[in-house]
Design a protein around this ligand. Structure first.
Ligand SMILES: Cc1ncc(COP(=O)(O)O)c(C=O)c1O
Length: 501
């Protein structure tokens, strides 16, 4: 029998170990400090309430409405038939022979193409940068969208856009004493603030202009840059979210040009987060990518031309696809030379590759069925139904919010959110202070307790000093949306009455 004892030297060492166990005090302080409001205190409270409801407790409402996160399928948005059929065939290739009539020929053909491109199927690691056949689809999509070429060796498949942003920031922020910073919009999607905290970077805020439809004001940007530099921060890049989360603004080409010029003049890497590029609601508006505008301006990003350095991110999680759980995404590097691209490749290879299902989903998202394909009509109808319903819902939410006392809300021109400003009575602000929480969190908790509607306090995204907001998605299905808004309106009215000064 093996003696299950440690050698003497080791066992005596373990009793007098000077090592530090992993606990809440010894964990990396950056992990402790990182905050992600979308899944913060309000969500925690909702989970507690869900447990209590499951245990039989009567609450003032019958169901929870998760408006806290842009997670369309969690609110019953339907998957697209072609995309799921191809995935099913890639995961279980025998389905094509077992059930030949169940699949359109273009779905079978696409699955075969991916199978050839993957070699060993979805269960095998791929190239760390992603399956070449998928990168070719992405390059073709970008070239068609922008009217400028895109190259497979500059495209990296990632587990969602989040991983791409983290990888890029890992490359950009040098840590230590250097105080590298990133110009970050306020309000922002907290992936940026949390990643900066984790990686020891400095968030350099530039405020979006609420009274100007949440647009970027160049003077805010240049001032933020100058102040940060005066304070010893080495500003390395600028994050731009277009269309905006949580604000819903869409940048016009002129604004994009100004930002690009500023980045060139100040040697800043642009991180263009364009995950909402298919969610455009404003009549007559269209999406222009940073890559397109950069190329139009003559910044073609050829090797050796690093005047403009741009990294663009896209995702399977948003748009009309909404497949957040598949964790598909890509980033395209532009104006970033082969040595750095090789380092990014090495970084990607540390996790071997992004998940294969997400990679395939990304390929299909950018290369859906075309006119003449067997799946085209169904795809067009499914896509059209999702987008037109989202557009109607964005308008319903905007109208309903603006009718509530003390609330003003800019139109969501794009993306999946409304970010209304709320003016709360002093009594509410005082009650929140007494509890030691921000007033908008206090408001969201009260709404949750009353209605089951889960909102995110504006403080989690950053907001102008002295203002309060919350963020809501407009993802509840259209038939339940009217009811949800009525419930929210009456909870809001009750809140205001209960806290009237
Ligand atoms: C602006 C923005 N960027 C990135 C992401 C992350 O997307 P993914 O699911 O692709 O990681 C989100 C998710 O909500 C987002 O809103």
């Amino acid at each position: 029998m093996l003696r299950r004892t440690l050698p003497r030297a080791l066992s005596s060492a373990s009793s007098s170990l000077h090592g530090v166990p992993l606990d809440a005090t010894s964990i990396n302080a950056n992990v402790r400090a990182a905050e992600y409001a979308v899944r913060g205190n309000v969500l925690e409270r909702s989970m507690e309430l869900q447990r209590r409801m499951a245990a039989g407790e009567m609450l003032p409402f019958k169901k929870f409405v998760p408006c806290n996160i842009g997670n369309p399928h969690a609110l019953l948005q339907l998957p697209l038939s072609f995309h799921r059929d191809v995935l099913a065939l890639c995961i279980s290739p025998h389905l094509a022979t077992d059930h030949p009539s169940a699949f359109n020929p273009d779905a079978v053909e696409r699955a075969q193409k991916y199978a050839t491109g993957m070699g060993g199927g979805v269960g095998s690691y791929t190239n760390s940068q992603g399956i070449l056949a998928v990168r070719e689809e992405i390059a073709a999509f970008i070239a068609e969208r922008d009217g400028h070429p895109a190259y497979v060796d500059r495209i990296y498949l990632t587990n969602g856009a989040s991983e791409g942003v983290r990888m890029l920031l890992t490359c950009l922020l040098r840590g230590g004493e250097l105080r590298d910073g990133l110009l970050t919009p306020i309000p922002q999607y907290p992936l940026y603030s949390a990643s900066l905290t984790l990686l020891g970077g400095t968030l350099v805020p530039y405020h979006l202009n609420e009274s100007g439809d949440w647009g970027v004001q160049m003077e805010n940007l240049t001032e933020a840059l100058a102040t940060a530099r005066e304070n010893g921060v080495e500003v390395r890049g600028i994050a731009v979210i277009n269309p905006g989360n949580p604000t819903g603004n869409i940048l016009a080409e002129d604004q994009i040009k100004d930002i690009i010029q500023m980045a060139v003049d100040n040697k800043l890497v642009i991180l263009a987060d364009e995950v909402y590029q298919s969610n455009i609601w404003k009549e007559g508006a269209s999406f222009s990518s940073f890559k397109k505008v950069a190329c139009d301006m003559g910044y073609h990003g050829e090797d050796g031309d690093e005047r403009l350095q741009l990294v663009s991110f896209h995702s399977t999680s948003k748009g009309y696809f909404g497949e957040c759980g598949l964790r598909g995404g890509y980033m395209e590097l532009h104006g970033i030379g082969p040595e750095v691209r090789a380092e990014v490749y090495k970084l990607a290879s540390l996790s071997l590759c992004s998940n294969t299902v997400g990679q395939l989903a990304m390929g299909m998202m950018v290369n859906p069925p075309k006119p003449g394909d067997a799946s085209y009509q169904t795809f067009e109808k499914e896509r059209g139904d999702i987008l037109s319903s989202l557009r109607r819902r964005s308008m319903m939410v905007h109208k309903a919010l603006n009718e509530m006392e003390g609330i003003t809300c800019n139109k969501a021109d794009g993306a999946l959110y409304a970010f209304p400003r709320i003016r709360l009575p002093n009594k509410a602000v005082q009650a929140a202070a007494d509890k030691g929480i921000p007033a908008d969190e206090y408001y969201c908790l009260k709404v949750l307790d009353e209605t089951g509607i889960i909102l995110v306090p504006g403080s989690g995204f950053g907001q102008e000093e002295g203002t309060l907001h919350f963020r809501t998605t407009f993802l509840p299905s259209e038939d339940t949306m009217e009811e949800t808004l009525k419930i929210l309106a009456s909870a809001h009215a009750k809140f205001m009455d209960d806290h009237r000064d």
